[in-house]
Write a protein that binds this ligand. Structure first.
Ligand code: URA
Length: 235
C-alpha cells in the first residue's frame, strides 16, 4: 500500500499533507525518512512514524462509546450533536457509523465502526444480538405485566415483540430488560403497552460488549482485540 494512502485511510493526513511531510523528512519507515509519499509499505509489518508519532495500522476501526443524553446516534443531523461529533477530527474523517441506534435521550453503550459487513451481520434480524438496558419506569410493574412483557407485548401498531428477559429491582420501578431485536422506540412502546412510561434508559450491553464503567458520558475508547474477536465470532 502507498504510504499516502495508508495515512489518509487512518485519518492522519491528506495526500497533499503526506507529500509535504515526506519532503520535509517527517515520515519514517522502519527508522528511515522516505523521500516521497508514493513509497509502498506493508502496513502489517513496517513501522511508520509520521511527524514523530507512531501510526498503528487498523484495517477497520471499532469504537465503544458511552453516549450522553441529547446526542443522536447518527452520522449527521441538521439540528443535534451526533455521536460522530464526539470523536476527534482524525476519526471523524473515517466513514464510521453507529452499529444500531439509541434514541436521543437513551444513554450508554454505542459501538461505532467502518466495517459494514460486520455491522450488517450484527444488525440482521436473523442474528438476535442480545442488548441489555437498565430502565426506570414511572409506575411499579406488576408480576403479570412482567410476564406479559417477557412473553411478547403487542405494540400499538399490532407488532408482537419477541421474548424478552426482565430482572426487576426491589422498587419494582427499575431493572434490566434484555431484547434480541431493536424496533423503533421498542422499550418505550413496550412500557406504553402496559400503560406505563420509561423515565430513564441506558444500554449496558450489546452482544458480547459491556459498557465500560471507566468511560464517562461522551467518552470513548477503541475496542480491544479480544472484544473484536468476540464480535466477529458472535452467534
Ligand atoms: N428502546 C427504546 O425505546 N429506546 C432505545 O433507545 C432503545 C431501545
Amino acid at each position: 500500500m502507498r504510504i499516502d494512502k495508508f495515512l489518509s485511510n487512518m485519518g492522519i493526513a491528506s495526500r497533499t499533507e503526506s507529500s509535504k511531510a515526506a519532503r520535509q523528512g517527517g515520515i519514517l519507515v522502519n527508522g528511515v525518512a522516505v523521500k516521497g509519499a508514493d513509497v509502498h509499505i506493508d502496513p502489517d509489518k513496517d513501522e511508520v512514524i509520521f511527524c514523530g508519532r507512531k501510526i498503528e495500522y487498523r484495517k477497520y476501526t471499532y469504537i465503544l462509546m458511552n453516549k450522553p443524553d441529547g446526542v443522536v446516534s447518527a452520522t449527521e443531523d441538521g439540528k443535534d450533536k451526533t455521536v460522530i461529533d464526539l470523536l476527534p477530527e482524525e476519526l471523524q474523517k473515517l466513514n464510521l457509523f453507529p452499529c444500531g441506534r439509541l434514541d436521543k435521550h437513551t444513554l450508554g453503550l454505542v459501538m461505532l465502526t467502518d466495517n459494514g459487513d460486520l455491522a450488517h451481520r450484527l444488525l440482521s434480524p436473523k442474528h438476535h444480538v442480545k442488548k441489555k438496558y437498565f430502565f426506570e419506569s414511572k409506575f411499579p410493574l406488576t408480576d403479570e405485566e412482567i410476564k406479559y412483557l417477557e412473553a411478547g407485548a403487542t405494540l400499538e401498531d399490532g407488532y408482537i415483540t419477541k421474548p424478552a428477559e426482565i430482572e426487576l429491582c426491589a422498587d419494582k420501578k427499575s431493572g434490566y430488560i434484555t431484547l434480541v431485536e431493536g424496533k423503533y422506540h421498542q422499550i418505550k412502546r413496550m412500557l406504553e403497552s402496559v400503560n406505563n412510561k420509561i423515565t430513564y434508559l441506558e444500554r449496558v450491553t450489546f452482544g458480547p460488549l459491556v459498557l465500560d464503567e471507566s468511560l464517562a458520558r461522551g467518552e470513548w475508547r477503541f475496542l480491544t482485540k479480544n472484544e473484536i474477536e468476540q464480535l466477529e465470532t458472535y452467534k
